[in-house]
Design a protein around this ligand. Structure first.
Ligand code: SAM
Length: 248
């Protein structure tokens, strides 16, 4: 059997590709890429001449079956996405799942990922975090996901597009209140990398203050909910009151 290599690629700065990623992409027989034209440029830059084949959201299940056959015949394949780590809000789950089911070796390489890069520079708690990927586009579904993090004590991490970021921040203000702390990490590893940290209300104002602030790719992080007296469950409060009454 061949192996499937999961190969992260840069999220904005070509220097972030690893030596192992370059060697792997050169050595494999085939590279499955989300957008072959986009990835061709990356491969050209690093003088990699391995053949590309497409694997995206719309052909993944059918393509995965073909690729499993090739892997079983001994072909070594690398999977890349347009940027960052494949499978992290990117295609590949179906393929990796089928590899595991068919005893095909999967070798994931460590490398760039926008969520991890953003978290490591945000100044929010990182001991526990909840990755939510992209929020749903529809208002009601978006509000539902946000409601689910209202009492989340871990830092929440979202991916967001420039078209939706202001709308999403408005939803955060509406559902979680304007005081909840957020950090926007924009254009990571690129020339105009920016971190904005403040309350949700301030961040919304910042986005509207200058149309440039809404341009680019975003990771949006929401600080965890701080426990206070109102978070003690009703039952526990009742019990506490009873105990207090019994105290001498
Ligand atoms: N697989 C990628 C990863 O490992 O981060 C994520 C792919 S997802 C389709 C694209 C989203 O990732 C963007 O909409 C944005 O939210 C985030 N992203 C990617 N590159 C970024 C960057 N340079 N700065 C900030 N966010 C970025």
């Amino acid at each position: 059997f061949g192996s499937l290599f999961i190969v992260p690629t840069p999220i904005g700065n070509l220097e972030d590709i690893t030596l192992r990623a370059i060697r792997t992409l050169k050595e494999v027989d085939l590279i499955a890429a989300e957008d072959t034209r986009h990835s061709q440029k990356l491969l050209q830059h690093f003088a990699i001449s391995t053949r590309l084949i497409s694997l995206h959201d719309h052909n993944e299940s059918q393509r995965a079956t073909q690729l499993i056959e090739k892997l079983q015949q001994g072909t070594n394949i690398a999977l890349i996405s347009d940027a960052g780590t494949p499978l992290i809000s990117d295609p590949g789950y179906g393929l990796v799942n089928q590899c595991r089911a068919n005893n095909v070796e999967v070798i994931p390489l460590p490398g760039p990922c926008a969520a991890i890069t953003a978290l490591s520079g945000a100044g929010l708690a990182t001991d526990r975090f909840r990755f939510e990927g992209f929020l749903p586009a529809k208002q009601q579904a978006k509000a539902q996901v946000l409601e689910s993090i209202e009492r989340e004590t871990a830092t929440s991490v979202f991916y967001e597009s420039p078209r939706r970021v202001a709308d999403t921040l408005q939803a955060i203000v509406d559902v979680l209140g304007c005081e909840r702390r957020v950090v926007l990490a924009k254009e990571l590893s690129k020339a105009f990398e920016t971190f904005y940290s403040g309350s949700a209300g301030e961040a919304l104002q910042w986005l509207h203050a200058d149309s440039n602030h809404q341009r680019g790719e975003f990771v949006l992080m929401v600080a965890g909910h701080k426990m206070d007296v109102n978070d003690i469950p009703e039952e526990a409060l009742k019990l506490l009151k009873l105990l207090m009454a019994e105290l001498p």
